[in-house]
Design a protein around this ligand. Structure first.
Ligand SMILES: [Zn+2]
Length: 231
């Protein structure tokens, strides 16, 4: 099974990917992680991505897709040598129509297809509240939230005593700009997948556990998968 998890920054997508992946015994394909590990591994693709980063540009679709395909091949290899992963959960990919086309072709070439697209919906004002409430320790990097997870003493890190600050890209204005970009990029993708009947919307403005349950149920209902994956 191949499931895409979509959601803007602040929707809890990263957290949910990890939880849902574990619950349903899926491998994850997260492009951010693929980029980092390719760079670290010093592969040909890794060096190309490093060069893109050095120029301060976004990783182009062809490189991103090449990494995803490499990972799909590796997973297939692992499966043929006994791994029992039940499918793949995509996080942060596809991000553009071009990437979506490439994914469709890559799956088709492997005799597989997309199973479902889960969209985590959170009202924009809640996203801005969550993201602009973010504070970071300038010394050790511990992340806080003024609403949900504040430091014990105002602006002082619990861990190291460093000063807890708001980063420039976490101001409401900067956050709003990033959310606009997400909307522009992904709205056409959601539309396309909706037309194919693949999109399931999950209300992400609830406690983490409830959101996880809804996502798991949504995926299980589309795959007709029994809740066999140990709860
Ligand atoms: Zn600290």
């Amino acid at each position: 099974m191949h499931v895409i998890l979509m959601g803007p920054q602040g929707s809890g997508k990263g957290t949910q990917t990890e939880r849902v992946r574990t619950r349903l015994n899926l491998a994850s394909i997260a492009t951010g992680e693929l980029f980092r590990s390719a760079i670290k591994g010093g592969t040909g693709l890794g060096r190309q991505i490093q060069a893109v980063y050095d120029r301060g540009e976004l990783v182009p679709d062809d490189l991103t897709v090449a990494l995803v395909e490499e990972r799909l091949d590796k997973l297939a290899q692992e499966r043929s040598s006994g791994s029992t992963v039940d499918g793949v959960l995509y996080d942060g990919f596809p991000r553009t129509i071009g990437q979506a086309d490439a994914l469709r072709q890559a799956l088709c070439a492997r005799g597989e297809e997309l199973t479902a697209v889960v969209a985590i919906d959170v009202p924009r004002e809640r996203l801005i509240e969550r993201l602009s409430g973010r504070r970071v320790c300038s010394t050790c990097g511990r992340v806080y939230n003024v609403v949900s997870d504040p430091p014990k003493a105002d602006s002082i890190c619990d861990v190291c005593g460093g000063s807890v600050i708001q980063r420039a890209d976490d101001t409401p204005e900067a956050v709003s700009k990033r959310l606009d970009l997400y909307d522009v990029e992904t709205a056409p993708l959601v539309d396309r997948y909706s037309n194919q009947g693949l999109v399931i919307h999950v209300d992400g403005d609830r406690p983490i556990d409830e959101v996880t349950e809804s996502i798991v149920e949504a995926i299980q209902s589309t795959t007709g998968l029994a809740a066999a994956s140990g709860r």
